[in-house]
Every structure is written in C-alpha cells, then in structure tokens.
Design a protein around this ligand. Structure first.
Ligand SMILES: [Zn+2]
Length: 188
C-alpha cells in the first residue's frame, strides 16, 4: 500500500523512453513544440511518475444523446478541469487515452480537442508544452511543477475507507472493502 506522503516524495525522473530519439518513431512537428509519436504503445506512459490517466469516454461512437459540438465542448471542459486539478494537487502528467487497446474514431476526435486545448493560451499557466507528446489516439500532457501542490490523502470518495490497491491505469485506485474505483482527480 502506498501512502500519499510517500507518493509525494517520489523522485521525479523521466523514464528513458520519454523524449528519447528513436529511429523511425519521431516525426518533426514544425508548427509547435509538441512531439508527434508514431507507433508508440501508449500504455508505456503509465509508468510516468505522478501521472493520472483520463479516458476520452465522452466521445465514444454510437447512439449520441448530446449534439457533436456539445460533446466536444465537454471534452474541452473536462480536459481543462483535469489539467487545472492535476496542477493544483502536484501531479506531473496526464495521460489521455482512447480507453481501450483499439483506438476508436471518437477518441481520435477527442484527442484533437485536447491538442487544441494544449495549444491554447488558457492552458499555459499549467502545462509544459514542449514536453507534451501525442500519437494517433493518445495525448500526454506535461504539467508544470507546483511548489504548493500537495497530493490528497488516498481515501475512497464513495465509502471513505483508506485501504486500497492500485489499478493498472495510472493514478487509479480500488478500495479493498467495496472495490469502488477512483483516481487522483476525484480526491479532495
Ligand atoms: Zn469504497
């Protein structure tokens, strides 16, 4: 079991695969500092320290309750909220994922919405644009270091129990009593 105090002291080291030039993997992207990564298995980013994974769940194809524009606005709002909260509590990465191993068209559209947000000046106070990376269906946002950021105590927001195990998704937990699932961004 990981205590939040221990997590806060985690050394901030970037894994070697991040931003390391690898033959055939990189396409130079001139319009902005973000890096487009080809052929990378996005699950590798789960090993980033102080990372939380956010699923592009709102953009799933299929019967749609809300109009497309509204759904895309929700992706923008949710992503911006996640970035602000991650900064506030001292996380360093957000991994936006397609939610399953096969990338769906909706997830790719949602990814482009996150890409727009990362380019937008409203995100500048919270992110390190040059360290952001993205592929066809994922987006990794580097969060600025927040000296005042303090990770919340990991406690199930549904039943309140403090006993939990880590899930395979970065920054996701499951309480041992009721198997409630939650993540860093849902803690206060
Ligand atoms: Zn619980």
């Amino acid at each position: 079991m990981m205590s939040s105090a221990k997590a806060g002291k985690e050394n901030f080291q970037e894994p070697s695969f991040l931003s390391a030039p690898q033959a055939g993997e990189r396409t130079p992207h001139q319009r902005c500092a973000m890096k487009y990564i080809q052929k990378k298995n996005w699950t590798e980013y789960r090993s980033l320290p102080l990372c939380v994974e956010v699923d592009f769940h709102r953009s799933e194809p299929g019967p749609r309750e809300t109009p497309f524009d509204e759904a895309m606005q929700e992706v923008w709002d949710d992503a911006f909220e996640a970035i602000q909260k991650a900064y506030r509590i001292g996380l360093r990465w957000i991994l936006f994922t397609p939610g399953c191993s096969t990338s769906r068209p909706g997830a790719t559209t949602a990814r482009s919405q996150v890409r727009k947000l990362v380019r937008d000046k409203s995100a500048t106070p919270y992110i390190l644009r040059a360290k952001c990376e993205y592929g066809r269906s994922f987006y990794v946002v580097a969060i600025r270091e927040n000296p005042g950021g303090a990770l919340p105590v990991v406690r199930c927001p549904i039943c309140g129990c403090k006993s939990y195990k880590k899930k395979s998704q970065a920054g996701h937990f499951e309480c041992t009593d009721w198997q409630h699932e939650f993540n860093w961004l849902e803690l206060t």
